[in-house]
Design a protein around this ligand. Structure first.
Ligand code: AP5
Length: 260
C-alpha cells in the first residue's frame, strides 16, 4: 500500500506534511467539473495512486463550521456555502494563501474545488509562480446532468475523515458507518434540492469559463466521468500520461490499484 500523505496538514493551516514523494517526481493537478461529478472521489483515488496530497477548499470550509469563534469573513463564507453559492474570491484566495506550504509540498497535490473562477485561477498561478512551480494539468470531468444529480442525492460523507460514499454506488460495509474511521456518515447540508440548483447555476456561470481559460493555457484534459470510480481513474491516468509523457512508460497506478 502506498504511504498516505498527512491530510490534516491542509486543515491545520498549511504545515508541509514533510514526507518524501515515493515516485521520482511529484504531480500538480486541478480537478474541474460540476458538483457531484466525482471530483472528491477521484482526488482520493489519484492521490492514493500517485502519492500526492488531496486539497479540497470545500472540505476546508465544511471543517470551519465547527470553529468556536468564526471570523466575519468565515461566517459570510459559510452562509454562502449553505445557500449553494460560491464563497467570495478574496476569502477563498486568503484561505489557500495561508496554506501555500501545502502547495509547495514535495508530494505534489490534487486540487479539488479550487480554482472555481478566473480570478481564483489567476491567484493560483501567481502563488505557484512565486514558488517557481506550475500546474501539470487540469482535468475537466464530464457527465450528463441527470447522472450528476443521482450521484449527489445518494451521497453520504464522513465528517471526521472526509471519506465519500454513495447509498447504492459505493455503500459502506455497515449502513451509516464509515469503513475507515467508524465515524457516523451524514448527508451534506448543500445536497438539498434547492442548494443543488444554485450550485449548478454557479458552476455554469463562474466555473465553466475556467475550462476555456485552461484550454488556452494548453493544460485542459476533458475526461468522461461515466462508469465505476476505478474505470474513471484509469481513464484519467491514461489522459494524464498522454499529456505529460507520450512515448514514455505508462503512468500506471501503484499499490492498491496496480494490475497483477
Ligand atoms: P465542494 O465541496 O468543492 O463541492 P462541489 O464542487 O459542489 O463538489 P461535490 O463535493 O459536491 O462533488 P464531487 O464532484 O466532489 O463529487 P463526489 O466525489 O463527492 O464545494 C462545496 C461548496 O463550498 C461550494 O458550493 C461553495 O459554496 C464552497 N466552495 C468550495 N470551494 C470554493 C471555491 N474555490 N470558491 C468558491 N466557493 C467554494 O461524488 C458525488 C457522489 O457520487 C458520491 O456519493 C460518490 O460516492 C458518487 N460517485 C463518485 N464517483 C462515482 C462513479 N464513478 N460512479 C458512481 N458513483 C460515483
Amino acid at each position: 500500500m502506498n504511504p498516505q500523505p498527512d491530510r490534516m496538514a491542509w486543515f491545520r493551516g498549511g504545515d508541509a506534511c514533510g514526507e518524501v514523494p515515493f515516485r521520482d517526481r511529484s504531480y500538480r493537478f486541478v480537478l474541474l467539473g460540476p458538483p457531484g461529478v466525482g471530483k472528491g472521489t477521484q482526488a482520493a483515488l489519484l492521490c492514493q495512486a500517485l502519492g500526492a496530497c488531496p486539497l479540497s477548499t470545500g472540505d476546508l470550509f465544511r471543517a470551519a463550521q465547527h470553529d468556536a469563534e468564526p471570523s466575519s469573513a468565515l461566517r459570510t463564507a459559510l452562509e454562502a456555502m449553505r445557500r449553494g453559492e460560491l464563497v467570495p474570491d478574496e476569502v477563498v484566495v486568503a484561505t489557500v494563501r495561508e496554506r501555500a506550504n501545502c502547495l509547495a509540498c514535495r508530494r505534489g497535490f490534487v486540487l479539488d474545488g479550487f480554482p472555481r473562477t478566473t480570478g481564483q485561477a489567476e491567484a493560483l498561478h501567481a502563488l505557484l509562480d512565486e514558488q517557481g512551480m506550475a500546474l501539470d494539468a487540469v482535468v475537466s470531468y464530464e457527465l450528463p446532468l441527470e447522472t450528476v444529480v443521482a450521484r449527489l442525492s445518494g451521497r453520504r460523507t464522513c465528517p471526521a475523515c472526509k471519506a465519500i460514499y454513495h447509498l447504492t454506488n459505493q455503500p459502506p460495509r455497515s449502513p451509516g458507518v464509515c469503513d475507515r474511521c467508524h465515524g457516523r456518515l451524514v448527508q451534506r447540508e448543500d445536497d438539498r434540492p434547492e442548494s443543488i440548483r444554485v450550485r449548478m447555476r454557479a458552476y455554469q456561470e463562474d466555473t465553466q469559463p475556467l475550462a476555456e481559460y485552461y484550454r488556452r493555457a494548453g493544460k485542459l484534459l476533458a475526461v468522461e466521468a461515466a462508469g465505476r470510480p476505478e474505470e474513471v481513474l484509469e481513464r484519467t491516468l491514461r489522459a494524464l500520461h498522454e499529456h505529460l509523457a507520450p512515448g514514455q512508460p505508462a503512468l500506471v497506478p501503484t499499490g492498491k490499484f496496480a494490475k497483477a
